[in-house]
Design a protein. Structure first.
Length: 164
């Protein structure tokens, strides 16, 4: 009889522990921010305002703030370029592109808490504000260290192919 009482007490204690654990998890989940696409869109719109700084900043921190560690870009007619330092070298080089300006126009931003996809257009201008390229792009964004950053970028021009 004593064994049955001990077993009953043990079961009651276990169930109480599970209930407390469930309530604790519920409270923790309520504190986790819900994914809101509108919030991510705002981050992307702000990032697009300074997108052109990639041509003028050789500062490594700029790329750390804008790209995830394993980021890759896929420019037209050359191999994929991965890693922040390589991306910096592509965009900034040794500063020779620092007079370029770019306008980014998002057309659609969709996704979920794991990945967000931005689809849009761009226009590139030289130092005299003459349009030198216009095209479209797709960019994926991921969170890293609690911030939304570029993960992948691919683009191509709308300009006709130059005849050789």
């Amino acid at each position: 009889m004593m064994k049955i009482k001990l077993l009953c007490v043990f079961i009651l204690l276990m169930n109480s522990g599970l209930l407390i654990s469930c309530e604790s998890s519920k409270a923790e989940n309520e504190n986790v921010k819900k994914f809101e696409i509108a919030t991510v869109k705002a981050v992307i719109y702000e990032a697009n305002k300074v997108y052109g700084e990639r041509f003028t900043k050789g500062d490594k921190r700029f790329y750390e703030e804008k790209y995830v560690r394993d980021a890759c870009i896929m420019p037209e007619n050359i191999a994929e370029i991965c890693g922040r330092e390589n991306i910096k070298n592509y965009y900034y080089g040794s500063g020779e592109k620092n007079k370029l300006k770019i306008t980014i126009t998002p057309k659609d931003i969709i996704g979920g808490e794991e990945v967000v996809v931005e689809i849009g257009g761009y226009e590139l201008f030289d130092e005299t504000s003459k349009s030198i390229d216009k095209g479209k792009f797709i960019a994926t964004w991921r969170q890293e260290d609690g911030k939304w950053k570029l993960h992948r970028e691919i683009w191509n021009t709308d300009n006709p192919k130059e005849e050789k």
